[in-house]
Design a protein around this ligand. Structure first.
Ligand SMILES: [Zn+2]
Ligand SMILES: [Zn+2]
Length: 99
């Protein structure tokens, strides 16, 4: 499914205790390694676990999704594959980061 998202910069950068980066948080919870940016037709490598919100989400929840650097700094509405992981309050986010 394709959904519309926007970057959310109005969020705490504080990382969850179990993951050493937001990209790791996404990978641990999605169960796959990150490869490409999630934006439709973007062929760039994903480099950032970006904080995003879904357009018209009345709850304004914050999610993490892998994006390339240029899409991570975009202020436009972006069409992405729905592989959002909630940023906070995950019960099963207890995988220790690898050293
Ligand atoms: Zn985590
Ligand atoms: Zn991209």
């Amino acid at each position: 499914m394709i959904i519309q998202i926007t970057n959310r910069k109005d969020v705490s950068e504080e990382i969850c205790e179990c993951c050493d980066s937001w990209m790791a948080h996404w990978e641990n919870n999605y169960g796959e390694d990150t490869e490409n940016c999630s934006v439709n037709f973007c062929k760039n490598k994903a480099e950032v676990g970006a904080h995003v919100g879904i357009v018209d989400d009345e709850f304004e929840d914050i999610y993490i999704i892998p994006l390339c650097k240029s899409h991570n700094s975009s202020e436009d509405i972006m069409m992405v594959e729905d592989r959002l992981i909630p940023a906070y309050e995950l019960d099963d986010c207890d995988i220790a980061p690898e050293d």
